[in-house]
Write a protein that binds this ligand. Structure first.
Ligand SMILES: *[C@@H]1O[C@H](CO)[C@@H](O)[C@H](O)[C@H]1NC(C)=O
Ligand SMILES: *[C@@H]1O[C@H](CO)[C@@H](O)[C@H](O)[C@H]1NC(C)=O
Ligand SMILES: *[C@@H]1O[C@H](CO)[C@@H](O)[C@H](O)[C@H]1NC(C)=O
Ligand SMILES: *[C@@H]1O[C@H](CO)[C@@H](O)[C@H](O)[C@H]1NC(C)=O
Ligand SMILES: *[C@@H]1O[C@H](CO)[C@@H](O)[C@H](O)[C@H]1NC(C)=O
Ligand SMILES: *[C@@H]1O[C@H](CO)[C@@H](O)[C@H](O)[C@H]1NC(C)=O
Ligand SMILES: *[C@@H]1O[C@H](CO)[C@@H](O)[C@H](O)[C@H]1NC(C)=O
Length: 297
């Protein structure tokens, strides 16, 4: 079972000097529904029964619904006044149902307060959603805060590592381009043939997403920044995820998302450089998010 041996952690400092050092090795991925990880901030604590806590509670009552009822499965909100103002952002994965989205964000408010007790600033990641609340106005910019959560599928590929890494790069690039430019949800999924290289694992699957309030160019920049480091993080590994608040991606050798792949790429020709551009690209959906949502359940 490939799920049984993932490892997660923040980027080690020698790889990303700007990012805090914290590595957590885990034997098994969290149970379904549990957080993949959380980042507790350092902008101070609130106290029990304070106005700040009440303001978090107010947001926790509305944000799950606001995100899940939005066609982009995304919502930001603020509540309260200085010094007790709370800024919050919730994003669900683009293939998540409204019910799962709402449930995930509601759980995220509870778990975040449990895992970062009395912390004014908490970010928490799940498979179907991510949430941050903070006393810092992180909504004023769509640049990430630099913190990333990495999850690695520790299984090695049987294919030649360079060929595999290059194929993943092509897939993630195309999927990122789709997410940035061709979808109102800033969400893309794709599959790429790999049978010319490894008949046993005939496809690679990818997913990329940004928060839908990002301009295409900013989304592209955010995704390229983490995709170009794929060989550094996950070289030769069967799967990997980089989760940031503003953008994220994942790839695996099995289908891990709901619904059809929005992009289909041909297999690389073994021995040749992988094709520079995707072929067989499905036409972009008209109208964006709503349509996907129906399609993808
Ligand atoms: C905030 O609360 C945590 C957990 O209760 C505690 O460990 C930490 O020392 C507190 N920090 C400050 C600045 O009071
Ligand atoms: C917070 O409120 C609850 C319920 O009203 C009460 O039981 C608890 O003692 C209060 N805690 C503090 C620190 O005031
Ligand atoms: C969230 O939903 C509530 C009602 O449930 C509404 O009052 C509020 O304006 C919404 N917030 C945003 C940012 O859309
Ligand atoms: C909703 O959540 C259930 C239970 O975790 C999961 O099996 C299902 O695939 C999810 N569906 C969507 C569309 O998000
Ligand atoms: C993957 O390969 C590395 C070295 O190439 C090796 O150290 C590691 O044990 C392998 N992992 C698995 C799960 O086979
Ligand atoms: C992905 O796109 C970037 C920027 O457009 C490019 O520099 C890089 O070579 C591409 N990577 C692959 C594997 O195609
Ligand atoms: C995005 O749409 C444009 C124009 O509609 C098209 O040229 C391009 O190939 C599409 N890109 C992807 C990755 O789907």
């Amino acid at each position: 079972n490939t799920m049984a041996s993932h490892h997660r952690g923040r980027i080690p400092s020698h790889l990303a000097p700007a990012v805090a050092l914290l590595f957590a090795f885990i034997i098994a991925l969290p149970a379904s529904g549990d957080p993949l990880g959380q980042l507790c901030g350092n902008s101070g604590n609130f106290t029990a029964n304070s106005t700040y806590q009440a303001n978090i509670r107010r947001l926790s009552a509305t944000l799950p619904k606001n995100a899940s009822s939005s066609p982009t499965l995304f919502a930001t909100d603020t509540f309260g006044t200085l010094p007790d103002i709370v800024y919050a952002l919730a994003l669900c994965r683009g293939d998540t149902s409204a019910a799962n989205c709402s449930q995930c964000v509601a759980t995220a408010f509870q778990d975040a307060q449990q895992r970062c007790p009395y912390n004014q600033d908490a970010t928490i990641f799940y498979d179907p959603c991510a949430l941050r609340f903070s006393n810092q106005n992180f909504l004023s910019s769509t640049n990430g805060d630099g913190t990333l959560l990495l999850l690695m599928n520790t299984q090695n590929v049987s294919a030649p590592v360079k060929v595999f890494n290059a194929a993943v790069g092509v897939l993630l690039n195309a999927t990122a381009n789709y997410a940035a430019a061709n979808s109102s949800r800033r969400f893309g999924t794709g599959e790429e043939g790999f049978e010319t290289v490894d008949k046993g694992t005939p496809k690679i699957y990818g997913l990329a997403q940004c928060t839908p309030d990002m301009a295409p160019a900013d989304c592209q920049t955010c995704l390229q920044g983490i995709i170009k480091r794929m060989p550094e993080f996950f070289s030769g590994k069967q799967g990997g995820r980089v989760l940031g608040l503003r953008c994220n991606y994942r790839y695996e050798q099995y289908r891990f998302f709901n619904g059809p792949s929005l992009l289909q790429l041909p297999a690389p020709s073994v021995g040749l450089a992988p094709a520079p551009a995707p072929a067989n690209v499905k036409p972009p959906p008209v109208g964006g998010g709503e349509k996907h949502r129906e399609q993808n359940g």
